[in-house]
Ligand binder design. Structure first.
Ligand code: ADP
Ligand code: ZN
Length: 291
């Protein structure tokens, strides 16, 4: 018997199965196309295994409210055919096992807390800076969810004095995601982030925005660790710039861990979401046994 994991991204789906020690036995990566086509490939993969439970970490927005009629759905995504898709229902129809359901970044936060760079912590925050910006958190050992899931990428930030870019967010223009996700870098400078490695000003402005958000998250959630992942964070020079700006803005107002230990890269690399999903699959399985 295996635990199953689905990390559902806007570009690709990663499916994996593991034993009960969370050692991955098999995995595949499937390009995200239509729900029918993608799910057929997901089924082909999992049909090979006898599953105990499945953890799904999905791109959003998704409905995580257990009291809602559309719990388990992807809700309002602009991605063609995926809005109002009953993800959990579709998986449960095929595999009548316990299914854990959360956002890709909540699962990544959980994976990092249990097996990555936040081991030993009770709370941590995971922020991805990629095509979009999204944050997830574990607070006192539990995923942070309430009426919905966090949408940390859309917090508002102060504009850098030298930045005149209007931002890419269709809802808010110059929110954090609108100013600092990968497409904003490309929109502002006309080149992708990985081609701008040597342009110091680009990363100074990027850090200016990310640090502001991290101060806000720190003041509201007081996590023990903040993990920054996603394509844009492959620019490692961002880490010290973000820490410096964070220190300036925080101005020693509250006590926080040493910044070199507090703002870090993922310990699980690009596997945080998959490992987190496997762990959540195991937990949901136990919850069912004891409820
Ligand atoms: P996604 O968010 O789609 O899951 P990624 O986390 O890889 O995928 O993010 C993709 C975004 O990150 C793109 O906008 C891309 O330009 C940017 N990106 C990817 N690699 C790098 C890099 N090495 N340096 C800067 N930006 C990068
Ligand atoms: Zn926004």
């Amino acid at each position: 018997m295996y635990y199953g994991a689905i990390e559902a991204g806007g570009t690709k789906f990663v499916c994996a199965v593991s034993d009960d020690q969370f050692v991955i036995k098999d995995r595949i990566s499937i390009p995200t196309s239509s729900p029918a086509e993608t799910l057929n490939q997901v089924f082909e993969f999992f049909d090979q295994y006898s599953l105990k439970s499945i953890g799904i970490a999905s791109f959003g927005p998704i409905d995580v409210n257990k009291n809602s009629k559309t719990y388990g759905y992807i809700t309002t995504t602009p991605k063609p055919d995926w809005s109002n898709f009953d993800f959990v229902g579709t998986i449960k129809d095929r595999y009548p096992v316990a299914v854990a359901w959360t956002t890709d970044v909540n699962a990544a936060a959980y994976g990092e807390l249990k097996k990555g760079n936040a081991q030993g912590c009770e709370s941590c925050l995971y922020l991805t800076v990629g095509t979009g910006i999204g944050g997830g958190a574990v607070v006192n050992g539990k995923l942070l969810e309430g009426y919905g899931h966090p949408e940390m990428g859309h917090v508002l930030v102060r504009l850098h004095p030298e930045d005149t870019y209007e931002g890419t967010c269709p809802y808010h223009g110059n929110c954090l995601e609108g100013l600092a996700a990968g497409p904003a870098i490309e929109g502002r400078y006309g080149s992708k982030g990985d081609e701008l490695e040597k342009a110091d000003k680009v990363w100074e402005i990027e850090a200016y925005y990310i640090a502001q958000a991290l101060v806000d998250y720190s003041l509201t959630l007081r996590p023990e660790k903040i993990i920054l992942g996603g394509g844009v964070m492959k620019q490692k020079q961002l880490f010290p710039l973000i820490r410096d700006e964070f220190a300036k803005l925080m101005a020693n107002y509250v006590t926080i861990p040493d910044l070199n230990e507090y703002i870090v890269a993922p310990g699980l690399g690009d596997n945080a979401g998959v490992i987190g999903s496997l762990l959540l699959a195991a937990e949901t399985c136990e919850d069912q046994l004891y409820s």
